[in-house]
Design a protein. Sequence first.
Length: 116
Amino acid sequence: MSNYVIWHNPRCSKSRQTLALLQDHSIEPTDVRYLETPPNTQQIRDVLKKLNLPAIDLVRRGEAAFKALGLSKDSSEADLIEAMSKEPVLIERPVVIHGNRAVLGRPPENVLDLID
């Protein structure tokens, strides 16, 4: 099993590019299809800590679910994390996790910061 994990959406070009970049460096990450197997609130909290980002920076604010759930940039961390766990389409992608660090693959080259 790889010690790299990617929260991956194969329909997303940035997610595919990030996965390809890892593979170009001989890394086969554990592929978590987060839309099919959503992370729970604790997993999202852990990733946010590894990303060193507030929840709002991991939320796809342009998604219809963002407005439908009454969310805004002023929503609480807890509300945003709960929303992402229930509506994983709200999670910005891809997220690559390695040890106690993580990066958002936007742009895909961000993943190079994680490669040992």
